[in-house]
Ligand binder design. Structure first.
Ligand SMILES: C[S@@+](CC[C@H](N)C(=O)[O-])C[C@H]1O[C@@H](n2cnc3c(N)ncnc32)[C@H](O)[C@@H]1O
Length: 457
């Protein structure tokens, strides 16, 4: 058993915050010559709570451009890296999402490789990693876009239903003119990507419909007073300019990001990684494809929910029931896969129980298929990680267990067994918090937890 890792105390976080606030203030002064009128774009550098997310990414420059279910804080990643500063590190995040791990590695001057299979989220992460761009050139490009948008003719009828439900005609006209401007400005430069980001990061803010901050769109709910698109877009441009100016002074663009599949890690050389830091999808029915439906529909990449399977979901680990409808999976064949042999005796009864329980439930969700396919996908991921990790490397998964329809799935233990079967030596688990222990909104009463699974060898 490895020694338990200690996590930073609040006092140390206060030092980090003080430094961040000072550095950010200086970056704003350098860029705009004054800090007057820039209050709205300053990140709220205050600690939200002392967990693995001890400084919420939405409070951090660059990280805050796109709200995503990140799994952990960049400051926690930096802390892990600092703790290992006595050895050469090459960090891999096979589920890099919006790029938290790679950005944190850049800030620490450490090489990293990020893999993401969701094409839209990959583009977001790539754009966040374009921080080493001249902010003045970006501001000039943005100003050109604002001028173009003033004279453009809006084409609001081209948008699909979800977009019509999320915006008033006036707001949509404004957004569409800016979108046309963003398209005109696309010339393959990082500044053009940053302009795309300014638009994308404004879409939820200005929606009149409920856009749950971290996940799906709720067109049935209305916001009372959404901010004006003009003000929001300008603020977003200013925020991005100040953030890249801040980040470029403290980070080195070392990260490599690839569209790839964690189950294969095809873009990572054998034995490359010495440390893996990641938060994989949980077996909890969260649909990463649906999480970007608003943005993808607005940008014309999908017409609606039905297109998500082909454009996004089919590339991802099967962690939601929408991914595994009844006739699409031969459950017995999946359970017989050789990759599942280390946990076969345990997973078969769980899946069979789910097969019968689902028939008694209104939604009849295919959690039986989901659990089997999820562990097959993750078993393949563990095998690929073994191939790309150097001997005596460390792997940290931020992960939680789950209980679909109240049937407990021991995710942590099964991951430990799959990792060992793939060739790693040992595993330990550090619990960070209990989940599902509040009475409100509970679908079942099985106690769950979340924490760090450390695999070594
Ligand atoms: C919990 S999120 C990780 C978030 C990340 N830590 C961040 O900073 O945004 C899991 C990510 O895994 C991605 N994913 C799912 N299946 C994948 C696969 N087969 N290969 C690579 N990425 C995948 C999802 O699209 C999602 O972005």
């Amino acid at each position: 058993m490895a020694a338990t890792t200690k996590y930073p105390e609040p006092k140390e976080n206060d030092d980090i915050l003080l430094r961040l606030r000072e550095d950010y203030g200086q970056a704003v002064m350098d860029l705009f010559g004054t800090d007057q009128g820039t209050k709205e774009i300053r990140p709220v550098l205050e600690v939200a709570g002392y967990t693995s997310n001890f400084l919420d990414n939405m409070r951090l420059p660059v990280h805050r451009w796109f709200r995503y279910s990140a799994g952990f804080s960049a400051e926690w990643v930096k802390w892990l890296l600092a703790e290992r500063n006595d050895r050469e590190l090459r960090v891999l995040d096979p589920f890099v999402g919006s790029g938290t791990t790679c950005l944190a590695c850049d800030e620490m001057g450490i090489s990293s490789h990020g893999i993401e299979a969701h094409p839209f989220v990959y583009r977001v992460a790539m754009t966040k990693l374009s921080y080493a761009t001249d902010p003045e050139r970006f501001l000039t490009k943005a100003e050109n876009a604002f001028q173009f948008a003033k004279t453009a003719t809006a084409q609001t009828t081209r948008y699909p239903e979800i977009i019509q439900k999320c915006y008033s005609t006036e707001t949509l006209s404004h957004l569409d003119c800016f979108r046309q401007a963003v398209e005109v400005e696309q010339d393959g430069t990082p500044e053009a990507s940053l302009l795309w980001m300014a638009l994308v990061s404004s879409l939820r803010t200005v929606s009149e419909a409920g856009t749950a901050p971290w996940q799906y769109v709720l067109p049935g709910r209305r916001k009372t007073v959404p901010p004006s698109p003009e003000v929001t877009l300008r603020r977003s441009v200013q925020m991005i300019a100040a953030d890249i100016h801040f980040m470029a002074r403290r980070a080195k663009p070392l990260a490599k990001l690839r569209v790839d599949d964690a189950r294969k890690c095809a873009t990572v050389p054998n034995g490359w990684a010495t440390l893996v830091i990641t938060s994989p999808p949980y077996a909890n029915n969260y649909d990463y494809a649906d999480a970007t439906r608003l943005e993808m529909a607005f940008m014309g990449e999908i017409r609606g929910w039905g297109d998500l399977q082909e454009t996004v979901r089919k590339h991802l680990v099967r962690a939601c029931s929408q991914h595994v409808p009844p006739k699409s999976v031969d459950l017995d064949a999946v359970l017989e896969s050789p990759e599942l042999s280390p946990i076969r005796d345990e997973i078969i009864p769980v899946c069979h129980k789910l097969s019968s329980v689902r028939l008694e439930r209104g939604g009849k969700k295919t959690y039986n298929n989901m659990v089997a396919c999820y562990f097959l996908d993750m078993a393949q991921t563990w095998q690929s990680l073994r191939r790309v990790c150097a001997p005596q490397s460390e792997v940290c998964f931020v992960i939680g267990d789950s209980a679909p329809y109240g049937i407990y799935v021991p995710v942590i233990e099964w991951f430990g067994k799959l990792a060992q079967a793939a060739g790693f030596e040992s595993w330990t688990f550090e619990k960070l918090r209990d989940r599902n222990n509040k009475w409100k909104n509970r679908k079942h009463r099985v106690p769950l937890c979340e924490g760090h699974l450390w695999v070594r060898g």
